[in-house]
Design a protein. Sequence first.
Length: 158
Amino acid sequence: MNDLFQIAETPYGKGLFATRDFTKYHLIAEVLGDVIDDEDYSSSYCIDLGGTFSLEPGEPFRYLNHSCEPNCCLVYDEEDDVEPPARIWVETIRYIEAGDQLTIDYAWPANAAIPCGCGARNCRGWIVDRAEIKLLKPSQLAASKDFTKSTAAPVLPA
């Protein structure tokens, strides 16, 4: 798996970059890590699995950054009556070239939203679920536009 990705610096921390091309709808790899059963658990990397469960992903997928126009998504392999989901995979949702940063849409609830600096053409200005952007205050929305204009695009690894 190490030959598929490269972890590199971006303007907002580390990111995960493809070292080869991936076709659309390619199941890249399983996200491995520790499942935490604590409704109050939070970290910079955790993935909400529903209920009281979170996944603290290990490398390299702990460095999957957010984009309002992502090129990947998380796919859950759910088995009947199993909580949390049995397995989580990263899947491409469009063609990815070697050197592209792999991103997902975090789609956080409005009460956890933070300004977004993804630089996408259709950036929402906030890391928030599209359906919940209307729950943000107008003053917050205006402030986020200034933030996204001042954020540089990520620097791809050489």
